[in-house]
Design a protein around this ligand. Structure first.
Ligand SMILES: Cc1ncc(COP(=O)(O)O)c(C=O)c1O
Length: 450
């Protein structure tokens, strides 16, 4: 527990008096100061292993020396000049690099912004304009961001949608194919992809497919609890889109840039999307987003339909170029796949010992550990997740949960096996403490979570 005298306590108290409630999801009173690789330090000098990586932003780790060097060099040369009126070399080079590393053997164009939210907004605009259609399909429990467009795409939290309407019209949400907690009550044996059937039924009865501009899908539903869809589902959905002239947009803000053991998550499914929306990890913590789309789509609107004064900031672009170099030089995509496999196996072993672990899933180092009150009913163990994450934080592991009960294991891709082992050991120790009733209920006053 943070003591009253600590700097963290004072800053958290002042923070609580000045920051609006809407701006932070409460897990634990962490006041960060510095970071290196997979380690974080708070303002009181306490060290942590970081299993959150700033919400899947720091794939290259905290303060990777090559990224830092690129940022410093660029800051000394030019901090910013708006790409709304001028070009700069690094933005052009980065756009070419993003076109190179994204799937699709066709001509692409790249539009830059600052956040995942604005990239999703831009993609809605361009999809509507290009297709001449207004309707958009996205998924229940998806989080796509905090601007009006991206909130309208999202369907995860009533707090995001309450009191602010009207949202964007013509956005339809369908169930994500969640094979552990099938929203339609099926198990693998009885599954004939009724979830996709719901979209087909919608196309027959109330959602004219020729009026649908795009489907936005995360290749793993991140904030829904790291849910991996069946390959067959993604392929059939893609084919359905092709059949009806609907754009398939892979929303990779959280899952892109090596996180899943491929450059982009959609590559696991052998489909080539019309567009990829990315942000978070692309500049290792500098604000940057990008829409990478087929040329004819991305180039459809006229200026100034989608530009930002600060979009494509030179420091962010240099950081992104350095990020790509680091990922390639240190083979972080392969490393993510390898370490992800290792971590999943470690948690599967724990699952045999602790029935509170209902499911272990993920791709690469994007892993969800689903805690259940009962392995048969799969009732979400919300208090357990809250108490375990809080106690892990006390023990020096930054870990949060999603969807009420899913431990989010998304460390930097540079993390060492030893650090992973240390983190997993803390989680096991904490599960035992939880099961022995050693974590007090008052923790639940602090931890709110998603
Ligand atoms: C899948 C996904 N899309 C979009 C966003 C929004 O990105 P940003 O917070 O950079 O606007 C997030 C952020 O958590 C995300 O996880």
């Amino acid at each position: 527990m943070v003591t009253e005298a600590s700097l963290s306590t004072r800053i958290m108290r002042e923070d609580g008096e000045i920051t609006p409630r809407s701006a932070r999801i409460s897990y634990f009173p962490l006041v960060v100061k510095s970071g290196s690789g997979s380690k974080l330090e708070d303002v009181d000098g306490k060290q942590y292993i970081d299993f959150l990586a700033s919400a899947a932003v720091l794939n290259t780790g905290h303060a990777h020396p090559k990224v830092v060097q690129a940022i410093v060099e660029q800051a000394q040369e030019l901090i910013h000049y708006t790409s709304g009126y001028a070009s700069h070399e690094h933005q052009v080079k980065l756009a070419q690099e993003l076109a190179r590393i994204t799937p699709g053997d066709f001509k692409k164009r790249v539009a830059f912004g600052l956040s995942g939210s604005d990239a999703n907004d831009g993609m809605i605009k361009v999809a509507r304009a290009y297709t001449g259609r207004s309707k958009i399909v996205s998924f229940i429990q998806a989080y796509h961001g905090s601007t009006y467009g991206s909130i309208s795409l999202s369907a995860l939290s009533l707090n995001m949608r309450r009191k602010i309407g009207p949202l964007l019209p013509d956005i339809y949400h369908i169930p994500y194919p969640d094979c552990y907690r099938c929203p339609l009550g099926h198990c693998q044996e009885s599954c004939s992809m009724e979830c996709l059937g719901q979209l087909k039924m919608a196309f027959e009865h109330y959602l004219p497919p020729e009026e649908v501009a795009a489907v936005f899908m995360e290749p793993i539903a991140g904030d829904a609890g790291i849910v991996v869809p069946p390959k067959k589902y993604v392929q059939e959905l893609y084919n359905l889109c092709q059949k009806h002239g609907i754009l398939f947009v892979s929303e990779e803000v959280q899952q892109g840039f090596g996180r899943t053991g491929k450059w982009f998550g959609i590559e696991h499914f052998d489909v080539v999307p019309d567009a990829i929306v990315m942000a978070k990890a692309i500049a290792s913590g500098m604000p940057l987003s990008a829409i990478v789309a087929r040329e004819e789509i991305a180039n459809f609107l006229e200026a100034p339909a989608h530009l930002f004064t600060m979009g494509g900031n030179p420091i962010s672009c240099r950081a992104a170029l350095a990020t790509i170099d680091v990922i390639e030089e240190e083979q972080l995509v392969e490393r993510s796949a390898e370490l992800g496999q290792y971590v999943r196996e470690r948690f599967e072993k724990l699952q045999e010992k602790y029935p509170i672990i209902g499911d272990v899933r993920g791709l690469g180092l994007s892993i969800g550990v689903d805690l259940v009150a009962d392995p048969v009913t799969k009732e979400r163990a919300k208090d357990a997740a809250a108490k375990i994450c809080y106690r892990c934080w006390q023990k020096g592991l930054v870990l949060i949960f999603l969807a009420g009960c899913v431990l989010r294991v998304q460390p930097p891709l540079v993390i060492s096996k030893e650090e992973l082992d240390q983190g997993i050991a803390i989680i096991e120790e904490t599960i035992k403490e939880y099961l022995n009733g050693e974590i007090p209920d008052d923790v639940l006053q602090v931890v709110k979570g998603w």
